[in-house]
Design a protein around this ligand. Structure first.
Ligand code: SF4
Length: 492
């Protein structure tokens, strides 16, 4: 837990906040003088928050709106300073029911009249003040936060809007105290391997190449991989995600997603002679489909271990629906009612938890000694490696942050693996979902990411955590992945 030093430019802002630690004075020169004094007085672990009022640049802002600066710019410099704590703080405000905006804040040495604000607004900045950049220049290593309440807009002057601005400032007290509580020294341990696997890289590149070759739009049936950021990124480049083949217009290009599809869906697509169909199914999923077909052709009954509502399982099940029974727990195995004289084989979803799957296979073997299956299971190398990597660091972590989407099976399994190792674990889509309450008492924090998660999202989480104070970052690599899959012929 770090000490918190709250700064306000004016005494009236301090009173509105509920008592600042330091009143720095208004304007550039006073802010600089205060900054020089603070730099001598405060150690680098002290969390510093500047709280006060500001003028709106973004036209939708009204007096009383709260801004959390994500970046400090000044009208006198081309450089800026990022404040990576802003998503953490913003999330904390929102959890207390307060609507806040995060974005760049510009500092100007003089009051910016409403007529002059358009050019600053065009740069994407939300608001303008007269102290933040100047004073924070003196505190390069402290955990920093800047919270401003809008006092004036292009249509409302500071006298009319000022009271509403001041009334909002007291709301910053609780979130800032909780933020300071988690500031301090942290150990951050990155599990490796993490993030993209070969199947995901291949699927994303397939859509990118299709966009290059055929132009936009390129249609993709369902999410190409289970990650919101990947999907949104491809949408921005011209991909259109649809639910079914019927949703694809005549003459279009259609990509089938990495999780694979049932033979029925594949037939619907290939029967459409007007479509260019490109199959981005991961080769390791295709292998399980081939096993299902082979066993079914040899008159086996089949047990598919997996989650019945997952697209991969729906696709594999479609290979022999009359023969396949889906189980996801040991209890499901106990409930199976099968003819003991029939040949029986099992297959598994590629993205299951290794330990749990082994228990289910053991239960199957105990009840049906004749059951055969793949050499061990069909869990893919990427799922296995990411789980092993989490296992290798979990015992050293107070908290494991797992980056990925909730509908990603392999990501959800990473949370379970950490928990099975006795480590507290939280699933986050990205850094904006980090919660301060999770970090209370967590000095050693592990980070991993599912196979469909871009590494940049992990780095944003690292950056947010590093903004809390001195961070000792290390990576525990249990092995180097070298698997690579060739692209589908159509886009090579
Ligand atoms: S997680 Fe495994 S099965 Fe799924 S796309 Fe990646 S390599 Fe293929």
């Amino acid at each position: 837990m770090a000490d918190l030093n709250v700064l306000t430019p004016l005494r009236i802002e301090s009173m509105a906040y509920g008592g600042a630690d330091t009143i720095i004075g208004a304007g550039r020169d006073r802010a600089r003088r205060s900054g020089a004094k603070l730099a001598k007085r405060l150690d680098e672990e002290t969390a510093v928050a500047l709280v006060g009022v500001a003028g709106a640049l973004a036209p939708e802002l009204v007096p009383g709106d709260l801004i959390i600066a994500s970046e400090l710019r000044s009208t006198e410099s081309t450089t800026s300073r990022h404040l990576p704590a802003s998503p953490l703080l913003a999330a904390e405000f929102r959890r207390t029911g307060l609507d806040v905006r995060t974005g760049p804040l510009v500092t100007s040495p003089t009051y910016v009249q409403s007529g002059q604000r358009a050019s600053l607004a065009a740069s994407g900045a939300l608001a303008v003040d007269m102290e933040s950049s100047w004073i924070m220049d003196y505190l390069p290593n402290n955990p920093l936060a800047v919270i401003r309440s809008i006092s004036d807009t292009t249509t409302t002057g500071p006298l009319r809007g000022g009271l509403r601005a001041l009334a909002s400032l007291s709301a910053a007290r609780g979130p800032l105290q909780r933020w300071a509580h988690v500031c301090g020294e942290h150990e951050i341990i990155l599990a490796s391997p993490r993030s993209f696997c070969a199947g995901v890289e291949r699927a994303i590149e397939t859509v990118e190449r299709a966009l290059e070759q055929f132009g936009s739009p390129v249609y993709v049936r369902r999410q190409i991989v289970h990650n919101l950021h990947v999907v949104q990124g491809l949408e921005r480049r011209g991909a259109l995600f649809v639910e079914e083949v019927d949703d694809v217009p005549e003459g279009a290009v259609l990509v089938l997603a990495a999780h694979g599809v049932s033979p029925q869906v594949r037939s619907e697509a290939t029967a459409r002679e007007d479509l260019v169909v490109i199959d981005a199914t991961c080769p390791l999923v295709s292998k399980v489909h081939a096993e299902a077909r082979r066993f079914a052709a040899q008159d086996y009954d089949l047990i598919l271990i997996g989650h019945a509502d997952h697209e991969e399982v729906i696709g594999t099940f479609g290979e022999a629906p009359e023969r396949i029974r889906i189980v996801s727990t040991v209890a499901d195995v106990e409930g199976l009612d099968l003819d003991p004289t029939r040949s029986l084989a099992y297959l598994t979803q590629t993205t299951l938890a290794v330990d749990e799957t082994t228990e289910i296979i053991d239960a199957l073997r105990a009840r049906f000694p004749q059951v055969v299956g793949p050499h061990s299971n069909d869990i893919c190398y990427a799922t296995q490696n990411r789980q092993d990597a989490v296992r290798s660091i979990a015992h050293r972590c107070d908290l494991m942050l797992v980056v990925g989407s909730a509908n990603s099976s392999n990501t959800a399994r990473l949370v379970e693996v950490a928990q099975r190792e006795g480590c507290r674990a939280e699933l986050i889509e990205d850094a904006t979902q980090l919660e301060l309450s999770w970090l209370m008492g967590a000095r050693s924090i592990g980070i991993t990411a599912g196979a469909s998660v871009p590494e940049v999202l992990v780095q944003e989480v690292v950056s947010s955590l590093s903004s809390l104070g001195p961070a000792h970052l290390s990576e525990e690599r249990i092995m180097q992945e070298t698997t690579h899959f060739a692209l589908p012929t159509r886009v090579r």
